[in-house]
Design a protein around this ligand. Structure first.
Ligand code: TXE
Length: 482
């Protein structure tokens, strides 16, 4: 039985919306009839939320054709793009509650986070990129859009990753075919609905739901000019091989195993709160999660004591309860993967400290102490609320440990001495380094990795550049003479 009572947050609007299913695909500005069924579930309650469509090759082809047809006119009118992107931001704000509830239901993440973090960041991302559309000719002279972008996103931040993909692509004058993850297609379908309300011309945004085969069909389609992918390193490797030699542009945002470095002079209370935000945010299903605590031996015992006390206060449970800190894991397969990596760590000598969690698809916060450096729990991405702890004596030792994985997405460094922190930051192999902070995202800060974490940046000027290529701007892109 579920260890939670009636949902304190009303879900009636979301239930009404779900009742519109089964859902088709969004192609050329309209929904198709529902096709081959694909089920999406609420992991917290273990029940079916809706049937969506499993898009096949012919569907992907129809979406790409629609995107191709719409692309030239879209690229030719940057001021229209700015207006449409602003309108999308406003429509998202108008429907913020429905978006937040649907996202919590489909992914299992807490409503407190979808409401206060995901949805506001999404609106901000569209507003920010409306500005880029208006400024494009001045800021990026001698550039063109790629054309049609195929975009494939994961289930951990369904709507936020959609905005990171669609907003810059549209601002630059591309049209898109986006495939949400099979576990979490719902907010992308709601987004498709608001496209019409915001004046997105038919074919500029196309949403094809489906699984990895649908994604592979999109990657293989000759009508695609650029692929943008966020997901596992393994699939990233498959996509890079599949696009090699095709001339398709590619950006990959892949896995991570980010270090969380606590120096001897750090503010330990702040660093403990940092761990909460680093790895107990979004159930730890965060590519840049600070999953490896590296703490100076001199303060390690004090840090452990503070951390365990804080862990005990985290509430795991009903995603729709506003006081929930950690919601449900996205699906039972992911929970099994988390459990397996934890078990491997314990078998290799780690000491596990666990909080409590209800039965079902939930995982308590877990601290794996005294981990063997050879154990996969220290080198593999777990993608759950699990953090390992290792100690170091000197800053060079901290750097060696920090760089001892194949990844290079993010790092977080805690020290009251900014000279020390900046010096370490330069030596850690990571695309993003936060100092006395963690998991901060902004539309105006470039995000992305190195090494097995991928390449390319999302956000800011670099993120815009990723959706542009050298070329003579199409007519109309030159700003009117004043
Ligand atoms: O990811 P996939 P999964 C990690 C995390 C997790 C593991 C597996 O450790 O436990 O990956 O998760 C689409 N061609 N991350 O299986 O498969 C797929 O349909 C084209 C980290 O969910 O990478 C989905 O839309 N597309 C990560 C998207 O790729 C394909 C976020 C991501 O799914 C495809 C997610 C193919 N051959 C998981 N196969 C992060 N770091 O952000 C699958 N897809």
């Amino acid at each position: 039985t579920m260890a939670y009572g009636p949902a304190p947050e009303s879900t009636s609007a979301a239930r009404d919306w779900l009742a519109k299913g089964p859902f088709g695909l969004f192609i050329g500005g309209a929904f198709t009839a529902a096709g081959a069924p694909l089920e999406t579930r609420d992991p917290a309650r273990d029940e079916v939320l809706a049937q969506v469509t499993m898009a096949g090759e012919a569907d992907v082809d129809a979406a790409v054709q629609a995107a191709r047809a719409a692309q030239p006119a879209w690229e030719g009118d940057p001021q229209r793009r700015a207006r449409v992107l602003y309108a999308l931001a406003r429509q998202i704000q108008k429907r913020e509650r429905l978006f937040a509830v649907l996202e919590a239901l489909d992914n299992g993440k807490p409503i407190r986070e979808t409401r206060d973090i995901d949805v506001p960041l999404v609106a901000r991302h569209f507003t920010h990129h409306a500005g880029w559309a208006a400024l494009l000719a001045d800021e990026f002279p001698d550039t063109r859009a790629h054309g049609v972008c195929g975009q494939i996103i994961p289930w951990n931040f369904p709507l936020l990753m959609l905005s990171w993909k669609i907003a810059p692509a549209l601002a630059a004058g591309n049209t898109v075919v986006l495939k949400p993850a099979e576990d979490t297609p719902l907010t992308a379908l709601l987004f498709a609905e608001i496209c019409a309300e915001a004046g997105v011309p038919p074919g500029v945004v196309n949403i094809v739901t489906g699984d990895g085969d649908t994604g592979a069909a999109l990657v293989a389609h000759p009508g695609i000019d650029k692929i943008a992918f966020t997901g596992s390193t393994e699939v990233g490797q498959v996509i890079r091989r599949a696009t090699a030699g095709t001339g398709k542009a590619l950006t990959l945002e892949l896995g991570g195993k980010s270090p969380f470095i606590v120096m001897g002079d750090a503010d330990l209370d702040a660093a403990v709160e940092g761990v909460v935000d680093a790895v107990w945010f979004n159930q730890g299903e965060v590519c840049c999660a600070g999953t490896r605590i590296l703490v100076a031996e001199s303060v390690a015992d004090r840090f452990r004591t503070l951390l365990k006390a804080r862990m005990a206060s985290l509430r795991v449970g009903n995603p729709l309860d506003k006081s929930t800190d950690i919601g449900a894991i996205v699906n039972p397969r992911q929970l099994a993967r988390i459990r397996d990596l934890v078990a491997q760590g314990v078998a290799a000598g780690a000491v596990a400290h666990e909080g409590t969690a209800p039965e079902g698809c939930f995982c308590s916060p877990i601290l794996l102490d005294e981990v063997s450096p050879a154990s996969p729990c220290v080198s593999e991405e777990i993608f759950g609320p699990v953090v390992t702890l290792q100690t170091f004596r000197t800053p060079p030792e901290a750097v060696d440990l920090a760089n001892a994985t194949r990844y290079g997405l993010a790092a977080s460094i805690w020290s009251e001495n900014l000279t020390v922190a900046m010096d370490l930051a330069a030596q850690v192999k990571a695309g993003v380094v936060w100092i006395n902070a963690t998991n901060l995202f902004d539309a105006n800060a470039p995000f992305g990795g190195m090494r097995a974490s991928g390449f390319g940046r999302e956000g800011a000027r670099e993120g815009m550049a990723a959706y542009l290529r050298k070329g003579t701007p199409v007519a109309g892109q030159t700003p009117p003479a004043i």
